[in-house]
Write a protein that binds this ligand. Structure first.
Ligand code: EPZ
Length: 432
């Protein structure tokens, strides 16, 4: 089992290139099932979740070609024929985003059998909103044996529909958008999620010939087409990765230039860091984040759907607030159990109490390094940030979570002055 070892105390100073967005690449790879022509993707991050999605669509009939030389699209995905319409439990349980093949399979083939993803560390993560929308578009949905069976009468096609979401859901919006692009007639998704990754998916679908208007707003109009074609698409930058490193600059008292990101995607995050005393210098495709000399001020945060403060940066901001001046209240409104990082931060000396979905964080002078355990992707990286700022050494176990969402994390941090290394059990045996 790999682990990360950090010796804290160094300011992070330097430049970090932002990778392509995991949460845009995953639905876009699923969307390649909608056409028999090749979809070529650029700026695809090298992550475990990307490999999992490639493995899944490969089981469904996709052929995958990786770039042979620089300058070529990293990935070319071709699905001339869908050869299977089942997403098995052993794949879906490892990566919930596998449910994003549901919409494309029903849209293109009229049927799908997808394992229910089950819960994860941050919550029960149901998919009832996905299924309600597919029903409204004409699919028969049965739940049996832990699987969703979606089917249309033989040879049938989904029909367009007006669907109002009770709450914004990123995945449900993406699944229904992908189902609607091949449905017969018009669809309207109301109270749709507005995340930039949904806009990126829509941009790729439009490049494939889909007719979509309103992506990024809460009402998306889609006119179904008979077929879609191939396309070449560049995955948008990962705003959550960028936000993570912006917070890393703040917690270490450093100064980082983040390149390849449109700062507008992180407006609420940068407003929050500015309120805490950081300096934000934004340009068209980069942003410089400079920590204040005298340390950060405590700020309150409530996570919300985009364009609110992202739930995927809540753990990272909390790590930062543990050593801020004052007391902050961090309220998580999206997931019911996204405070798994609290107990580990407390083991590093943080003063945090959780009550009714909110965490009260009283700033202390400094964290103390300790052995800690990662539980989910964003909790893991919040412990890395805490370790970078802590006095002494921090070791983080179960770092496979990090490999799911952060490309070259150690390398990017070492290049900016962090004392951080990854070791495998074999390494530690050598050391012993
Ligand atoms: C996406 O998950 C992201 N994952 C998550 O990022 C992110 O935290 C989340 O959106 C919110 O922004 C990917 O894009 C692959 P939701 P998703 O549907 O689509 C409830 C990360 O760290 N809900 O917007 O699963 C749900 O339980 C991951 O990169 C239902 O009740 O999130 C949650 O409380 C973690 N029924 C809320 O809606 C449903 O059918 C928002 O979930 C669907 C969702």
């Amino acid at each position: 089992m790999d682990r990360i070892r950090i010796r804290g105390g160094n300011r992070l100073v330097g430049t970090i290139p932002v990778s392509g967005a995991k949460n845009a690449a995953l639905p876009i790879m699923a969307a390649s099932l909608l056409t028999s022509e090749p979809v070529r993707l650029e700026n695809v991050p090298r992550l475990a979740d990307i490999e999992s999605m490639l493995a899944l669509i490969g089981e469904l009939g996709a052929t995958i070609r990786r770039a042979g030389s620089p300058g070529e699209p990293e990935l070319e995905i071709g699905v001339p024929r869908v050869t299977a319409t089942e997403a098995p439990y052993d794949i879906v349980r490892k990566m919930r985003a596998s449910v994003l093949v549901l919409g494309p399979l029903v849209g293109r083939c009229g049927r799908a059998r997808v394992s229910l993803p089950g819960g994860c560390a941050i919550g029960t993560r149901p998919i009832d909103l996905h299924l309600a929308g597919l029903r409204r578009m004409g699919a028969n949905i049965d739940l049996s044996g832990g699987y969703v069976e979606a089917a249309l009468p033989r040879g049938g096609r989904l029909h367009g529909a007006r669907h109002v979401f009770p709450i914004p859901s990123v995945g449900a919006t993406e699944n229904l958008m992908m189902a609607a692009v091949l449905a017969r007639g018009e669809s309207e998704l109301v109270n749709a999620a507005r995340e930039p990754e949904i806009v990126d998916l829509a941009d790729c679908l439009v490049a494939m010939g889909a007719q979509i208007e309103g992506a990024g707003t809460d009402v998306i109009h889609i006119s179904g087409r008979e077929t879609l074609g191939g396309a070449t698409h560049r995955i948008t930058a990962d705003r959550i990765e960028a936000g993570t490193y912006a917070i890393a600059a703040c917690i270490t008292g450093g100064e980082l230039e983040l390149t390849g990101i449109r700062p507008g995607l992180l407006e609420r995050v940068f407003d929050t860091l500015s309120a805490a005393g950081a300096r934000i210098d934004a340009a068209a495709d980069r942003v410089r984040v400079t920590a204040p000399d005298g340390g950060l001020r405590a700020v309150d945060v409530v996570t919300e759907p985009y364009p609110g403060f992202p739930t995927d940066l809540q753990a990272q901001l909390m790590a930062c607030m543990t050593i801020a001046d004052g007391s902050s209240l961090i309220t998580e409104t999206i997931f019911e159990n996204r405070f798994m990082h609290v107990s580990e931060l407390v083991r590093m000396g943080a003063d945090i109490t959780v009550r009714d979905g909110s965490a009260r964080v009283n700033g202390i002078h400094g964290l103390a390094g300790a052995p800690v355990m990662a539980t989910d992707l964003r909790a893991s990286v919040s412990l890395v940030l805490a370790g970078l700022a802590a006095n002494g050494e921090t070791t983080i176990n179960r770092i496979y979570h990090l490999d799911r969402g952060y490309e070259r994390l150690v390398g990017k941090l070492v290049a900016c002055g962090a004392v951080i290394e990854r070791e495998t059990d074999a390494d530690s045996v050598q050391v012993a």
